[in-house]
Write a protein that binds this ligand. Structure first.
Ligand SMILES: *[C@@H]1O[C@H](CO)[C@@H](O)[C@H](O)[C@H]1NC(C)=O
Ligand SMILES: *[C@@H]1O[C@H](CO)[C@@H](O)[C@H](O)[C@H]1NC(C)=O
Ligand SMILES: *[C@@H]1O[C@H](CO)[C@@H](O)[C@H](O)[C@H]1NC(C)=O
Ligand SMILES: *[C@@H]1O[C@H](CO)[C@@H](O)[C@H](O)[C@H]1NC(C)=O
Ligand SMILES: *[C@@H]1O[C@H](CO)[C@@H](O)[C@H](O)[C@H]1NC(C)=O
Ligand SMILES: *[C@@H]1O[C@H](CO)[C@@H](O)[C@H](O)[C@H]1NC(C)=O
Length: 655
């Protein structure tokens, strides 16, 4: 256990986090990968399987289309039909949450399916790392990742059939090229663009066989799909990692897409560049990476050329032919020699150039615009608040909301780090109004000076949002959600602030002095609530305590003088009623020792819990450990993905 805690504290080491998110994301687990696979280097050769009948590989093509509307929809329809037309052995998986995509899939038939269980941003853009992880769990012989508007020709299938005969694990890459539709005498014609670097498409498709070796070592950063850089990153990593044979099949796979007049550049693109920038890029033709090969055809046979063109692998020869010594070539191999010369003359791709970052990743979206996008029809928003010491807790909370299909949430970030982190994780985020400047990483626990400052930001934010006409359900990110409580909470109607009780005594009143928990409450946007919250914020500003006592003392009177029965208060000045929530439904962290139960989840569900607050515990690490070990945890800190049904991982291995 000692060692385990040491490991944990290593991951969360304050200094590491301060030195940048990227380092933690990319280096921490990279090193783990190296030691496992370092011994499995490939040799510079191509091995074919012994011929065994005509086994046709099963192929799954994965992509994430945009909605099937307008010209984009037409282009995608054309593309998907071109894939399915190549072979009965090809099936297609579309990642999307858009209804137009599922109706398209239904119209096409059984060989195409739609999956929603991967990570998307709140704007509906899927994450590339999540797509790759899902594709890796496929049982098909070959998996393919492709842009949704790439049209494929028959040689795609024949190339993969050939690659399937290789007796080693491989990753195959092919650039795809833009074409435009030109109207010529009323007839639309495909017109290839003049590509400056002959074989350098911006877009590419990536395929790999279902083998034992991973594609690369290290962890794929949370790139967004379709925003550039991610393909390049994956291929570069595969080359550096040297696990698999990397094949440039651009010459044997004909693929193209209809070019759009003007591709939008967005902050998502900038984010991807920023993530990718931390890697030097390498050329396919760098002689240091001799495990990459260019595939071409010559006289109807496939031909492998290695990166510096010193050797070729040719059907029927078990050993490479050394091109440096021309006298070794028989006259009958003249054709072969010409083929190699032709391949050589075609420029290579993947230049050695640093990826450029055009914009800063933090393009703030205003609170007003995010509220308009995120709030539900009843103008209700769920507000979560987090600082960088709670990034993982925040993501577990966000993943849980995604799982429960609760889209109307917004996160307020207490510092720049958690803001950037949230943007890159596709979370709708704003910067909290005038956040405290000095948040202690590990010691911002209940009662500390830091805690007091942080909590006061919360009520100020809630007040601002109420004044904009939105109802707010504030939830700390250490609140685990079993099911959606909104219908229940809104049933109390306007003029009532519904809050969790922090009472630990199982018997007796739950509205005793200072028992109002300001980490989970629902505030309706009405004049009484706004006036009362205004008083709370005012009180907190002059108090040297946290905001929690300000809530109670303002709304329930000092010493509980405005108490009403055992579970309510009535503020005579604003006429706001406070209702303390039933603790069986909304238990705090001390109630009935639920966190100490053998099976916290079961114990809680049996009581009918909507939520369970992970409070009444001091120290961030203990809190985190308690939640992970109880299984009330939804996020994988290693891969930076929400835990998914298809994704097998064990978060308990963190400890
Ligand atoms: C490639 O190898 C050469 C000679 O061994 C070396 O000088 C060079 O730094 C290497 N390049 C990379 C990118 O590793
Ligand atoms: C080329 O191969 C021939 C026959 O094996 C050999 O005699 C000759 O030395 C080789 N030349 C070079 C430059 O390796
Ligand atoms: C809005 O409120 C009504 C009435 O309280 C409720 O029936 C409905 O489900 C709410 N809509 C949403 C999107 O929550
Ligand atoms: C931040 O906290 C540290 C230690 O708790 C303290 O030394 C420093 O003065 C604080 N800075 C500000 C600006 O409050
Ligand atoms: C719990 O509340 C009861 C009254 O309902 C009281 O008698 C008892 O002393 C309380 N226990 C604690 C530990 O405060
Ligand atoms: C907080 O303020 C109260 C009076 O409002 C005072 O009695 C108390 O000593 C103060 N505590 C601290 C830690 O400053």
């Amino acid at each position: 256990m000692d060692m385990d805690m040491h490991f944990l504290s290593g991951i969360y080491n304050k200094k590491i986090l301060q030195s940048g998110l990227w380092l933690v994301w990319m280096c921490g687990f990279f090193l783990v990968g190296v030691s496992f696979y370092g011994t499995q280097m490939l040799k510079d050769q191509i091995k074919m399987k012994k011929p065994s009948g005509s086994s046709i590989p099963s192929i799954t093509i994965f992509t994430a289309p945009r909605p099937f509307v307008g010209s984009i929809g037409e282009r995608q329809t054309l593309a998907v039909r071109s894939w399915l037309g190549l072979s009965e052995h090809i099936i297609v998986v579309l990642f999307s949450q858009d209804p137009s995509v599922s109706s398209f899939a239904t119209s096409i038939g059984p060989r195409i399916s739609v999956e929603t269980e991967i990570d998307f941003t709140f704007m509906g853009t899927p994450f590339f790392h999540s797509m790759v992880a899902r594709s890796l769990s496929s049982s098909s012989d070959i998996s393919v990742l492709i842009d949704p508007d790439t049209i494929l020709m028959a040689d795609f299938f024949s190339t993969l059939r050939y690659a399937h005969k290789l007796d080693q694990d491989w990753l195959l890459v092919a650039s795809t090229f833009p074409f435009s539709l030109q109207s010529d005498d009323g007839i639309q014609k495909l017109q290839p663009f003049l590509v400056q670097e002959a074989l350098c498409g911006e877009k590419m498709l990536i395929a790999w066989n279902n083998g034992d070796l991973p594609l690369h070592k290290g962890v794929l950063p949370p790139f967004l799909f379709g925003k550039g850089v991610h393909n390049h990153w994956l291929v570069t990593e595969a080359l550096i990692s040297d696990f698999r044979l990397v094949i440039d099949a651009t010459l044997t796979v004909s693929s193209f897409y209809l070019s759009e007049p003007d591709q939008e550049r967005s902050w998502e693109l900038a984010g991807n560049s920023l993530l990718g920038r931390n890697y030097g890029s390498f050329s396919f033709r760098d002689p240091n990476y001799t495990n990459s090969f260019r595939l071409s055809t010559c006289g109807g046979n496939y031909l492998f050329t290695n990166t510096d063109h010193s050797a070729v692998y040719w059907q029927g020869y078990s050993r490479p032919l050394n091109l440096r010594n021309k006298s070794l070539f028989l006259s009958t191999q003249k054709e072969l020699f010409d083929c190699v010369e032709a391949v050589k003359s075609l420029g290579g791709c993947f230049k050695r150039e640093a990826l450029s970052v055009t914009k800063a990743v933090t393009l703030p979206m205003s609170m007003e615009s995010l509220l308009a996008i995120q709030a539900d029809q009843n103008k209700t928003i769920l507000l979560g608040i987090a600082g960088s010491s709670y990034e993982d807790m925040l993501m577990s909370w966000v993943c849980r909301l995604r799982y429960l299909q609760i889209p109307n949430f917004l996160v307020c970030a207490l510092d720049d780090e958690v803001y950037d982190f949230s943007v890159l994780q596709g979370v709708p985020v704003i910067k909290c109004a005038s956040p405290p400047t000095n948040i202690s990483f590990d010691d911002c626990h209940f009662g500390s000076e830091c805690f007091q400052k942080v909590t006061k930001v919360k009520s100020r934010m809630v007040l601002q949002i109420l004044e904009l006409g939105y109802n707010v359900l504030l939830s700390d990110v250490d609140v685990y959600w079993f099911k959606n409580p909104l219908d229940y909470l809104t049933s109390f109607g306007p003029g009532v602030l519904v809050a969790q009780s922090d009472e630990y005594n199982v018997t007796g009143a739950i509205n005793l002095p200072r028992r109002l928990n300001s980490g989970f409450y629902y505030a309706h946007s009405d004049s009484a609530t706004i006036a009362a919250l205004g008083k709370v914020v005012q009180h907190a500003a002059y108090s040297n305590l946290s905001e929690q006592p300000s809530f109670y003392d303002t709304l329930c009177g000092e010493g509980g003088s405005y108490r009403l029965g055992d579970d309510q208060c009535l503020d005579p000045e604003t006429n706001l009623r406070v209702h303390f929530l039933d603790r069986d439904l909304f238990p705090n962290g001390a109630y009935r020792g639920l966190w100490e139960e053998e099976d916290t989840k079961k114990a809680c569900e049996e009581r009918g819990c909507f939520i369970l607050h992970n409070n009444w515990i001091n120290g961030r690490k203990k809190k985190l450990e308690r939640q992970v070990l109880s299984g009330l945890w939804e996020y994988d800190i290693n891969t930076r993905m929400c835990l998914q049904s298809w994704y097998t991982t064990n978060p308990k291995s963190y400890f």
